[in-house]
Every structure is written in C-alpha cells, then in structure tokens.
Design a protein around this ligand. Sequence first.
Ligand code: MIG
Length: 701
Amino acid sequence: MIWKAEYGSPIATSAVVRDVEKRSKQEVLEYFQAEDHPDGLSFWRGLSMQDRIFGLGEQTRGINKRGWHYESYATDDPLHTEGKRRLYGAHNFFIIKGKGSEEVLGAFFDDPGSVVFDFGYTRTDRLQVVVKSRSVTLYIVTGSGLAQVVSEFRQAIGQSYIPPLFAFGYQQSRWGYQREEDVKEAVLRHRQFSIPLDAVYLDIDYMERFKDFTIDSGRFPDMEGLIRQLGEHGVKLIPIIDAGVKVESGYRTYEEGVERGYFVKTREGEVFTGGVWPGKSHFPDVFSSEVRKWFGSGYQELIQMGAGGFWNDMNEPSLFYSQDGLDKIQAKAEQMAAHPEDGNLFLELQVMMQSLANHPEDYKSMMHCWDGTTIEHDRVHNLYGTLMTKAAAEALERYARGERRLLFSRSSYIGMHRYAGLWTGDNCSWWSHLKLSLQQMPSLNMCGFLYAGSDIGGFADDTTEDLMLRWLAFAAFVPLMRNHSALGTRRQEIYQFAAADAMRGFVKLRYRLIPYLYSEFVKAAVHNRMLFWPLGFVWEEDERALSVEDQLMVGESVMIAPVYEQNAAGRYVYLPEDMLLMEYDANKETLSVRLAKQGDCYIEIGLDRMVFFLRKGHLLPLADAAQSTEDMNRRHLTVYGYANGEARYSYIMDDGISALPKEPLERTLHVKEQREGVWKLWADKAPDGSQELELEPGELL
Ligand code: MIG
C-alpha cells in the first residue's frame, strides 16, 4: 500500500511517476508526529530496541542505518569516513522493520532541499526527519514484508535503467590517461595479458583545457579513429562530461550559453561564476527543458563518433571556489600579513580555506529558472545532477539510433534511476571502503539504482595487491565493474601486479557470471525487485539473517560473503539454510563444489579464491569466459543446480543493445531430471521458437 500527504508547497521532483492516492496529514500521525522545529519541519516517531532501518541509497555506514544522522545534500566530499553525513546522492527513502510480524513501514520524503535523517542518534529511542524547506511530499509505504515494501515503492518510482550488455563487462579507467597512446596501451596490455575488457574511460584530460564537448586535438588527434580501433578489440570508449562550462571567449558552449541566457544566474541576475577544473565556469541551468536540450546537443558529436556512453561528473554541482570566497580569503590573508602578532588570524584563514569549496553561501546565491519561475538553487540542490544526466539521457535517445548506451552520474536523486546508473564517487584504497561498497549496493537498490558500483581498488590513496584481489572477487558480482584510480596514486591496472593471473581469473569468473547477472538485473528492473538483497530481506523471520551486515544475496540463486579485511585467511559465514558452497580458484580458473550446512561456519578463503553459495532449488547458469561480451556465447551454458527434483530458471537473452521491449525475452531453463543432488548440465540448443532452452543431461557432482 502506498499513499502520500503533502506539506507546504512541495516541489514536483518527478521522482514518483505512478498516480498515488493523496490522504490527509491527519493519517500520517499514525506513523509520524509532524511538528515545527528550528531547522525545518520535523517528523518523528519512537524507535523500539528491535527496530532496524534500511535504505537511504548512497550513504556512509552500514546496511542497518540506525545509530547515526545523515543529511541529503549532494556533496563532493572525497573522504568518505565514518563521521561524514553527506555523499554525492540524495535518496530519501528508508524502511523500518520492527520485531516479528509487525507491519513494515517505508517512507519517502520527496524534497530536493536539505533533509536530515536522525536515526536514533540524538536519542537512541527516536527517529527524526527534518525537512529544511518545510515543504515535502511524504509517501507512506506499508506492507507485510521488506521485499514487498521495496517493490511497492519501486513500482511507484518507475522502472530502473537497463544499460547495454557490454556495461556488464570489465571496465578500465584512470585519471591520468592523458593521450591517445595511454588509452591504446591500456587496452593493448589487457589484450596481451588476456584480461577480458569491454570498456575504457576518458577522464578530463581528453578535453581542451577541461572544456566540455571539446577534444584536445594534440593529445587525441583522431577520436573517431580511436573509437573505431578500440571497437575492433571489442572495447567501448566512455568519455567524461563535467557540469561546469569554462568561461572563455570564442568557446562555443560558453558563448551560446551566455547569449541565450542558459546559465545559472545570481540573485542579481548576473551569470553565476564558480571555479572548477576549467577555472572560472558557468553552470547550465538544466532545470529548463530548453537548456537540457541545448546542453544535450553537446553530447551529439561523441555519440555519433561511437562513444559507448558517458559518465557525468562534478554535478552536485561541485564548486572549488567562488569569486566572493576568494576575495574574502585574500582580505583575510592581507589582514594576517599586516598583523603577524595575531595567531587567531591564521586559524581564521585556515578555516576559510577549508570551507571555500562547496560553500553554502554560494549555493544560496545561485538561481534557477524552472518552468518560468525563479527558484533558489539551495531549495532544489539535490536535483542538479539528476537533471544534468537527464539532458544526457535525452540526447542519447535523440542521437543513439535506438541503441542503449551506458550512462551514469556522480550526483543523483531518486528518479534518475530511470535513465542512468551511478558510481559512488571518490572512495579510497581502504579496506573499510570495500566493505562500504558492499553495504551501499542493497541500499541503492531499494531506491531504484540497480546499475551502480564503486571504483575497484579504491580511487584515492595507493592500493595494495591483496586489496585489489579481494575487491575484484567482490566486484565480479557488481553490475558496474570498473577499476578507476586518481592521478598520482599507484597504478592499479591488473597487469601492474605480480598476482595478475589471479586477478584475471576473477575477471574471467565475472564473464562466466554475466548470463546470470544480466538476467537477474533485467528481471530486477522489470519486476521492481532488488538485485542485491540483505539476507534479512529474504529470510525475514530469521533474526540472525536480519543482522548480517557483510553478506548479500545477488539475485535469486547466489549468496556472496566477501573477505574485506587485510591479512584475513578466511571469514565466518552465516548460512540461513543448507547451501551449495562454490569455490573458485582464480589461478586455475576452476570451480569446485561442496555442501555447506545451515548455521555459522568458518571458511578459509585464500587471496586467489572466491567463495559463494548456491541456494537450494535454484539454478546458476554460467557461460564460458570470453575476452569481451561481444565474444560471449550466451547460448552455451553450464548450469549448476542444487536441488531435489525439477528446477526452473528464467533466463534473459536479448541482443544486449536494442531498446528493450516492455516484456524482455525470457526463456526458461528447465531441469527435468529427478536426480537428487548437485547437477552440472549444459544448454547449447537454440530455443527455436519455443520458450525453453533445453538442457542436456549432465553429471551429478
Ligand atoms: O575533482 O575528473 O569523482 O572519478 O577521476 C576531481 C577527475 C574530479 C572526480 C571524480 C573522479 C575523476 C576526477 N573528478
């Protein structure tokens, strides 16, 4: 059941696309007390000891969000430590699950300004949400179970973005590929080392002085040729686009934007200037559909050259500085120079420097024109990245000839999940961030974001070989499997490491998993389900399962339990039921299986091993490894099953690139064997019109 109540004058964010019944505020009182608060409109309710809270999409901390306070205010903060409260996205949906058979409650606070979620932080027995603007559409979702509440919500916000098949392949990126040769070399070395690869990325250095929609012809003399050449290796090229447009006379995007009044303005009606990578920059006012169309047309050239898609960066929007902020700092520095005896001035200057970026005053001085109405940026801050990405998605629809292309963004609001994915921004090469990535995936799925992933190996700081191995083993199950790292950090392409063989082994396992991952992904999108499930969402009556923070179900058949601690020789795993333990040896590229009993067990997992589990009664189709998705044979499958009697699996096989029909091609893998135990079977017959992919009798393991 889903319904809504409105407070103040809510903003139409387009997060929800289905008609939802509107009820009176009175009815909300059963779930939340609404009252005035110095910081906004407050909604609170008591928390019992047993209440668990899930959701909030891209945020810090665990799967159970209880015990901390979070804020939705999209922020470019590259240090995602435990004490942080804001990341790049704003995903205001959460679920409260009480003990036992109590009703499960979901709530979506639909407002694009600042919203604070105090989940038992100020008072451990209280949950409080404060909406700064005092205007919000509150959606109440109720149901008897966690999974049911999620799918009710997901239905209301519309079907998630489904990227092309190649987006499920392995992808290589590095802030530091500065020239065409760097890109070619990366691809070539993957091929030389037989490391499967489907995409390589361009970071800001391909542009001419960081100008959107330009190509530095010195460093990339023949972009179209490069894209063609990479294509011959089965590799797509994915360029970055930033939100800020460089102020430079003669630069077309700048000139046009100024001339037509397409940039964000100040309160005084001047064009707003903020400093980002290109130096002084203006920001396209993507709240207007006309501006989106114009900004989107900038993507056209690269789309037509054959770029595989785009990643939209810096769209919180991130501001390094504003002129105003710089002026104040300069004045303070001069004051300090004049009064060297006053140590306080130094501290004041230091504080000013530290708060120069993404300054609240700057966001307050930016103004948008939305459907003819002028609106302060701060009021709608969390929608900026979403609308920039909408411009790109609309451009892909116009120019990509009905093909699906890859698109993901750094900043997002619920609603963007319908046309793009996201990556979780600037993590670090820390073990804690491997765990964070695992915990973010199900939370993102609850909010509609299925196509997501974190920078493998970590973006900032130097990675280590063991971290890379463990991260790849986990990311083999993550839709966006991209190795990305920052300028100046240790190189972390797989071929840089002595353990390259084992790393390649994990990537090959990923390719074997693609038929399963793609099927589970498409079904999750079409049927409004999650791809990553915390165990408690599947075994809701199991109190132990409900508190597991470091294992996930991936789709219907597989449970993963990644190792995320340095020097660990293995880990404890909780099995809610008997399962088939599958152990992959990344050096030998072999899978072995054994039965694992319900309960807790310690499992040794060497650095070159990945252990995962197959649920009883479910099937796991695996392909043969391939160098790219283009080379994959998705009809030739090896199917693992742990069951007693018949089993079915609904398998998705389309061309992976054309726009998906509403009902994608689902075929059934049907195991008719009645033998008890663990099967390994083969399917390689084309379904010739029938909806079943026949399985050949296999071996009993
Ligand atoms: O201020 O384009 O999150 O992935 O490599 C840094 C350079 C700007 C931030 C992105 C990161 C990217 C980097 N960008």
